[in-house]
Design a protein around this ligand. Structure first.
Ligand SMILES: Nc1ncnc2c1ncn2[C@@H]1O[C@H](COP(=O)(O)OP(=O)(O)OP(=O)(O)O)[C@@H](O)[C@H]1O
Ligand SMILES: [Mg+2]
Length: 408
């Protein structure tokens, strides 16, 4: 086993996706060489809460095996995604006094301990405590305060907590499939890692990841994560709307959505019709494609409206880099136009590509954003700590690495 292998595992409601990569040895150009990808249908998640461990386990096993076969390697640990509307994000501040003249690494460690010391209910656990910025004697916006003269140091951290049962079930399914969870990463943060650039995060950007059961939002400004949310709507909601709107079974509605769905009704020729099964078996009928688009547009317009309301509520209504759409649902034609209409700002599709080489083409699809982002997250951690996805470690434990291990 090679030490620098990384595996990202995205257990979704519709699809489980795996990306296996190798961290580039050249530390001046950190990146990930994609070696293998795997995909399997999943069916044991509802809104990202595990409802059937066996089904999840099977989809993890199948997608991991496929990726390992393609890569010609085996891994034993994975960076696994976690999502669902049980996730909560908040910001916390910590303050410490500086005994010596200069701020030392120990002071940074101390201020983090203070900032993340929030009381959690017994059914919740912390999955991230991400350092955002420091304040040195009230001077804000400091990224690296080590060595600065001060009497007071403050740290702002972004805390993410989740239901203990949700994370335990993911770990259980992964263990049963024969792997271990190296770290749980919040899905929207992983997706953002894959499809947003540092420049976009600086000037302000919101990623909207449309999955099957949920739509995830991660918004950044001044290089910091400012807002994260997980809404209980997604591609499956669109399918359910089509079931009602067209009076067809779920499987037919799903096919119609993926083959003929459009996110903006006025993009469709009003004379165009598509075949649908009729009320009597063996018979078919034709339905205006515009009607299908209308049903989809209405729901997406509502979901984008909710996201816009959230962004406004968080004071993020003027994001310089606008909106980046990703996830399986972003494959709908016309979705960029609809989002432009709702948000009145620049909108683009987000596909993983930056920092990726090797078989990067295989993940060049919006639905791979989270899995690729998890692998990239792992690559970042590897660069910091020297720990990969196999039991062989290169033993390069930096102080920061040990610190991160304690915190995450
Ligand atoms: N071409 C397409 N047109 C419309 N919808 C599509 C298309 N391709 C995929 N989808 C929809 O995208 C959804 C699957 O996306 P994705 O794989 O990102 O979800 P997931 O990760 O399994 O779900 P979640 O993240 O909500 O748990 C499904 O609802 C699917 O119907
Ligand atoms: Mg997903």
């Amino acid at each position: 086993m090679r030490a620098n292998l990384i595996a990202g595992l995205d257990i979704g409601t519709a699809n489980t996706c795996v990306v296996i990569g190798e961290v580039a040895n050249d530390l001046r150009r950190p990146g990930l060489t994609i070696l293998g990808v795997g995909q399997a249908r999943s069916g044991g998640l509802r809104g990202d809460l595990v409802t059937n461990i066996e089904e999840i386990t099977e989809s993890v096993r199948a997608s991991m095996k496929e990726a390992e076969l393609m890569a010609g390697v085996s891994v034993d640990r994975v960076y696994a995604g976690i999502g669902g509307d049980h996730v909560r994000a908040s910001r916390s501040m910590g303050v410490v006094a500086i005994a010596e003249d200069e701020i030392a690494q120990d002071d940074i460690d101390r201020v983090h301990v203070v900032a993340r010391a929030v009381a959690l209910p017994p059914d919740r656990e912390m999955i991230h405590a991400i350092p955002q910025e420091y304040r040195v004697d009230h001077q804000r916006g400091i990224k690296d305060p080590v060595g600065m003269q001060a009497v007071r140091l403050e740290a702002e951290v972004f805390l993410v907590t989740c239901q203990i049962t949700a994370s335990a079930n993911i770990c259980k399914a992964v263990n049963r499939a024969g792997y271990r969870v190296q770290e749980l990463v919040l899905e929207p943060l992983a997706g953002a890692r894959a499809v947003l650039t540092e420049d976009e995060k600086e000037v302000g950007v919101a990623m909207i990841e449309i999955g099957a059961a949920t739509t995830d939002v991660a918004a950044y400004y001044e290089g910091k994560v400012q807002h994260v949310s997980i809404l209980p709507f997604g591609g499956a909601t669109l399918t359910a709307d089509l079931v009602r709107g067209l009076s067809v079974p779920f499987s037919e509605a799903h096919k119609v959505k993926e083959h003929f769905g459009v996110a903006l009704a006025h993009l469709v020729d009003p004379r165009e019709t598509v075949p649908l099964p009729g009320p009597v078996p063996g018979q078919s009928r034709r339905v205006a494609r515009e009607l299908i688009a209308h049903v989809i547009e209405q729901r997406l317009d509502e979901v984008f409206g909710i996201v816009q309301g959230e962004l406004q509520g968080a004071g993020l209504d003027h994001l310089g880099a606008g909106i980046v759409l990703t996830g399986g649902g972003a494959a709908l034609p016309g979705i960029v136009d609809l989002a432009q209409q709702v948000f009145a700002s620049p909108v683009r599709l987000g596909v993983p590509s930056e920092g990726l080489s090797g078989l990067a083409d295989s993940v060049h699809r919006p639905r791979f954003a989270v899995a690729a982002g998890l692998a990239l997250w792992g690559a970042d951690k590897f660069t910091e700590t020297g720990r990969g996805a196999s039991t062989v470690t290169s033993g390069v434990f930096t102080k920061l690495g040990t610190w991160l291990k304690e915190f995450f």
